[in-house]
Every structure is written in structure tokens, then in C-alpha cells.
Write a protein that binds this ligand. Structure first.
Ligand SMILES: [Mg+2]
Length: 140
């Protein structure tokens, strides 16, 4: 595993405003199985309500949200919980290019620009790991 903490945007990253993207749940399950702490950083003022309704709220250590904050600010709070994790071992996923660049500039963590919803291909793990995860998720 090349990463130890994961931060997700919510809207247009994990869901489209109506339903979750196809790979979202498997990705969250994979992270949890590997004991990766997960956080949400979202401008959506009802982010806890949304994640609760989608049935995924329990996957996250914390949900940082609000219209009047910045992603970089939300993420500085999250980084305080993990002072010993290297910057390049922290992933941030977002569909918005501005957030991606702002967070990379201010925090130097590893940012991943999501297009049309998060996909397995966005996760920096080997194809063998992906293959086995896919296999086991079908068998068990
Ligand atoms: Mg978004």
C-alpha cells in the first residue's frame, strides 16, 4: 500500500447528486479492509445527511463540510490527526481542478483529479491488487 490516509470530496466524486458511482462502494470497502482512515472534505452543507442516506457514513472517521470553508482549510484539520504520515502517503480525490491545485499547493499531499466519478483506475494500487480485490468481492 502506497498510501495511509484518504480524503474524498463528496459531490461528483463519490456520488452524482442522486446515486453513488459504480466503483464507490467497492473502493470504500477496500480501504476499510486495509485499515486506511477515510475522511470527507465537502462544500455540501448537508454532507453528513447525504452520506447517511447513501449508507456510507460509517466508513469515514470524520466528515468536514460547509459552504464557507476551503478544502485546504478542512484538510489542515485532518492532517493534524496524522502528524507522522508522510505527505505523499495522503491521497485527496476531487472532481474540481481548482480544489486539486489549491490543496496540492498548500499541503503538498497527493491529489487525484476525478473525472466522471471515482473509479478503480484512480486508486494508486497495482493491477494485481485490483484483480484480487475484484475476484474476492465476487466470491465472498
Ligand atoms: Mg465535487
Amino acid at each position: 500500500m502506497t498510501f495511509k490516509v484518504v480524503i474524498f470530496d463528496l459531490d461528483l466524486t463519490l456520488w452524482n447528486g442522486r446515486v453513488m458511482y459504480n466503483d464507490t462502494l467497492q473502493i470504500l470497502k477496500y480501504m476499510r479492509k486495509n485499515n486506511i482512515p477515510m475522511y470527507i472534505a465537502s462544500f455540501h452543507s448537508a454532507a453528513p445527511f447525504v452520506t447517511h442516506n447513501l449508507g456510507i457514513i460509517n466508513y469515514f472517521n470524520e466528515i468536514h463540510y460547509g459552504q464557507f470553508s476551503s478544502k485546504a482549510h478542512m484538510i489542515s484539520q485532518i492532517l493534524k490527526y496524522h502528524p507522522n504520515v508522510k505527505k505523499n502517503e495522503i491521497l485527496f480525490f476531487d472532481d474540481d481542478k481548482f480544489n486539486i491545485e489549491d490543496v496540492r499547493r498548500k499541503h503538498g499531499i497527493r491529489t487525484i483529479h476525478v473525472k466522471n466519478g471515482i473509479k478503480w483506475n484512480d486508486i494508486p494500487i497495482s493491477s494485481a491488487q485490483k484483480y484480487f480485490n475484484d475476484f474476492f468481492s465476487k466470491v465472498f
